[in-house]
Each structure stands twice: as C-alpha cells, then as structure tokens.
Design a protein around this ligand. Structure first.
Ligand code: INI
Length: 155
C-alpha cells in the first residue's frame, strides 16, 4: 500500500515564532496581522504565538536561526518587505535574506518559512499585504502549519 504523508492545516500543540522586520513597517505590520489571524483562525492560542521584531530584512536570518536552532518551535515564520529603490541595495538585501532562510532550512529540522515580499514597487507590496493579491503573511502562516505537521509525521 502507498504510504502518503499530507500536512494537516492545524497548529497542533507546538509554538510558532514570527520574525518580522520593522523596515517598511506599513507593509510588514499587515503581514504580521495576516499571519496571526491565520494561526488563530486555525485554532492557535495567543500563548502559542511568539513575535520577534528585527530592524530590517537583513537581520531576519540571525533571529530566525536562533529560534530554529533552539528546537522550541513547531515552525518559524519570517516576514519582511524588500522594495526596490534607486540603488542596487535591494538586490543585496534580497540575496542575503533568500540565501539565509534557505540555509536555515538546510541546517535545522524546524520549518522556517519565507514570507518576505520582494517587490519592484510599493504598490506591488500593498497588493500582497492584505489587498488585491491576498496576504503573504497569512500564506506563510498556513505553510508553517502544514510543514510543521508534515515534519511531525515524518519524525
Ligand atoms: N530592509 C528591508 O527590510 N527592506 C528594504 O527594502 C530595505 N532596503 O531596500 O534598503 C532594507 N534595508 C535595510 C537592511 O535590511 C538592514 O536592516 C540594514 O542594512 C542594516 O543592516
């Protein structure tokens, strides 16, 4: 018989940490609201949700690594908003956060979810922070629950 693992969209009993950057807080606060709302509507209690604010997207990885390596969380959700400006800074910030979160997933068993917007314009970010294109924070929280459940079943 085929053995199949499918993640349930339930928070389970574990805690979820959300690392959120203050840079572009107008956007990231909306992502945070979406993530918390999603976890709560799937049954998570306030006590299961821990929020860690960091200055910018470049700092997300360091906090996320500390949380993921602690083994205390069912999943770590990373939220940020990188928006292209007039310089190449955007490219370096994107590279750092993408590579960093990928490396955490490679190094630790705790699912660490990429909920960082990388947008050309402020309008694109607004569209993904609770308007036309949904809420990327909510999507990340859903992914975190599914992956926590999948990893739990594999273990
Ligand atoms: N940080 C962001 O979170 N988003 C951005 O769009 C951004 N840009 O474009 O500059 C940004 N820069 C700050 C960076 O993440 C660090 O906080 C800073 O360089 C200090 O290390």
């Amino acid at each position: 018989m085929i053995q199949e693992i499918k993640g349930q969209l339930t928070p389970g009993k574990g805690n979820y940490s959300i690392v959120v950057s203050r840079f572009n807080e107008f956007i990231t606060s909306k992502l945070l609201g979406g993530a918390i709302d999603c976890l709560q509507r799937h049954g998570a209690s306030d006590e299961q949700i821990h929020v860690v604010w960091v200055p910018g997207a470049c700092e997300i990885t360091q906090a996320a690594k500390k949380l993921a390596s602690s083994g205390k969380y069912a999943a770590v959700i990373c939220l940020g908003a990188v928006i292209r400006g007039q310089t190449s800074h955007y490219d370096y910030v994107c590279q750092q956060v993408v590579r960093g979160i990928g490396q955490i997933n490679y190094d630790y068993a705790t699912p660490t979810v990429f909920g960082v917007l990388t947008c050309e314009t402020f309008e694109q970010a607004v569209e993904r922070a609770g308007t036309k294109m949904g809420n990327a924070g909510s999507d990340a929280a859903r992914t975190a629950m599914e992956m926590a459940n999948v990893i739990g079943q594999i273990e």
